[in-house]
Design a protein around this ligand. Structure first.
Ligand SMILES: [Zn+2]
Length: 69
């Protein structure tokens, strides 16, 4: 089995991981209900995207509350 010739130093390990970090989610305000929602995604509160209803929010809420239908 191939093995690395040298131990990876802490600084090299850190340099490799410079782009491994959490990012704040980009939120926009929903034009329908004015609540924050992730951009390019349907609003989880009112279930609309670009002024059109794409999610049945009441069914989702019932499923979440009641477990299995
Ligand atoms: Zn909304």
């Amino acid at each position: 089995m191939p093995l690395p010739k040298k131990k990876t130093s802490k600084s090299r390990q850190g340099r490799r991981r410079t782009h491994i970090s959490m990012r704040t989610p980009s939120l926009v305000v929903c034009p329908q209900c004015r609540s924050p929602r992730p951009s390019h995604q349907a609003c989880p509160v009112c279930g609309t995207y670009r002024g059109r209803e794409v999610l049945n929010v009441t069914a989702r809420a019932a499923r979440r509350a009641g477990g299995s239908e």
